[in-house]
Design a protein around this ligand. Structure first.
Ligand SMILES: NC(=O)c1ccc[n+]([C@@H]2O[C@H](COP(=O)([O-])OP(=O)(O)OC[C@H]3O[C@@H](n4cnc5c(N)ncnc54)[C@H](OP(=O)(O)O)[C@@H]3O)[C@@H](O)[C@H]2O)c1
Length: 355
């Protein structure tokens, strides 16, 4: 199963809206004869790739897979039928697929055909690999990562409304690597106006276009902002309100003429706006700030994972703090990891125990 998980990892950042999946065919004498990875939506499933590599050696063998094999016809045919035809006699799966068209039916179909099925091997590892997929299927919203760079004294900037460079090149490269993995990144209109960020992926390779989101209920985004010149890198969505669009028709028109997507939501509740992104196919959302956006998304209870880049500097008490007055503390993160990135430290982990 560890080998199948390694193959699944090769799909990270490439398979949305599909999950990452790995598979491995092993003969009764313990020889791995076929490996598979799902490389992207529309491409063959990991089980089929592994079975094709194994060929006739799959007869009587065991198939290890990191997720329940599908039983429905989507963009490709059902894996369960291929498994049976290949002569696999035992399937070991890490976890059930909660997708409504599968959800246990894959295992049932295999058992009906006389295949032995075991479920739950390395389940936690498999579930952690697929958090965006699992969150979007179970909760109908994207997996939300709160990312922030802070000083040692927990400040996001030197003063309100001031652009402050905090982290080193090493930490920034890591942040770009993270951008390369998610479906969308987001900032608030305050950050757009103060920092004028490009919000592109630099220094690392990204396979798919990256969606950039501006949370901007009053539609204050200026059409000259640099992010609006980067539409070749992927869509830019301004999440605003119907009221702001009707009060700023000229600005809305100019933005749309530039190719910007205006997504007007009839609620000031940030969870509603985040769900609207989910309906547009965003399964993972990296929220980069600033202070007000971090606070809103935290208070809405929809932050799943936190990435904190801490720089060895103090900014004093004038600047905005990260989540002031909240219960948040890095010590409360689950599966917490701490890593040195040049002079900075990255602390990351899940807000709730992942399932
Ligand atoms: N260190 C870091 O990691 C980091 C990262 C980014 C930014 N920053 C810094 O943070 C500062 C900017 O932070 P900020 O707090 O002024 O601005 P911000 O959080 O970037 O944006 C705030 C704006 O977001 C909009 N928004 C949309 N939906 C919202 C919601 N549900 N709840 C609250 N706001 C919502 C609000 O405008 P509407 O009411 O019109 O919607 C609000 O004024 C800058 O100094 C920047 O350099 C630091």
């Amino acid at each position: 199963m560890r080998r199948a998980l390694d193959h699944a990892r090769r799909g990270l950042g490439r398979t949305a809206p599909n999950p990452v999946v790995g598979a491995c065919v092993v003969t009764n004498d313990g020889v791995a004869v076929g490996d598979g990875c799902h490389e992207g939506a529309g491409g063959p499933h990991a089980e089929v790739v592994a079975l094709e590599e194994a060929g006739a050696r799959a007869r009587g063998a065991t198939l290890y897979c990191t997720l329940e094999p599908c039983v429905h016809t989507g963009r490709t045919g059902p894996c369960t039928a291929r498994i049976v035809v290949a002569g696999i006699t035992r399937v070991v799966a890490a976890m059930e697929d909660p997708f409504p068209l599968v959800r246990g039916r894959g295992f049932a179909a295999l058992r009906e055909q006389g295949v032995t099925v075991e479920v739950g091997v390395a389940r936690d590892d498999a579930a952690r690999l697929n958090q965006p997929f699992l969150t979007s299927v179970r909760e109908q919203r994207p997996f939300v990562i709160l990312k922030a760079a802070t000083s040692l004294d927990g400040r996001l900037a030197a003063m309100p409304g001031v652009r402050t460079s905090l982290t080193s090149a090493g930490a920034q490269r890591h942040a770009h690597y993270q951008r390369a993995q998610v479906d969308a990144i987001a900032v608030g209109s305050g950050t757009l106006l103060v920092d004028d960020p490009l919000l592109t992926v630099r220094h690392v390779y990204r396979e798919r276009p990256l969606t950039r989101v501006i949370f901007d209920r009053r539609l204050r985004a200026v059409p000259g902002a640099r992010v609006f010149s980067t539409l070749a890198d992927g869509p830019v969505v301004v999440l605003t309100s119907c009221d702001a669009v009707s009060r700023n028709r000229d600005r809305a028109r100019v933005l749309e003429e530039k190719g910007v997507t205006l997504l007007a939501v009839d609620s000031s509740d940030i969870a509603v706006a985040v769900r609207a992104l989910g309906r547009r196919g965003v399964q993972s959302l990296l929220v980069e700030g600033g202070a007000a956006l971090h606070q809103a998304i935290w208070d809405a209870g929809i932050v799943d994972y936190v990435q904190l880049y801490v720089a060895p500097t103090s900014l004093g008490s004038d600047g905005p703090a990260l989540l002031p007055g909240s219960t948040f503390g890095p010590a409360s993160l689950f599966d917490r990891q701490v890593r040195q990135l040049g002079p900075d430290v990255l602390i990351e982990g899940y807000v709730h125990r992942p399932d």
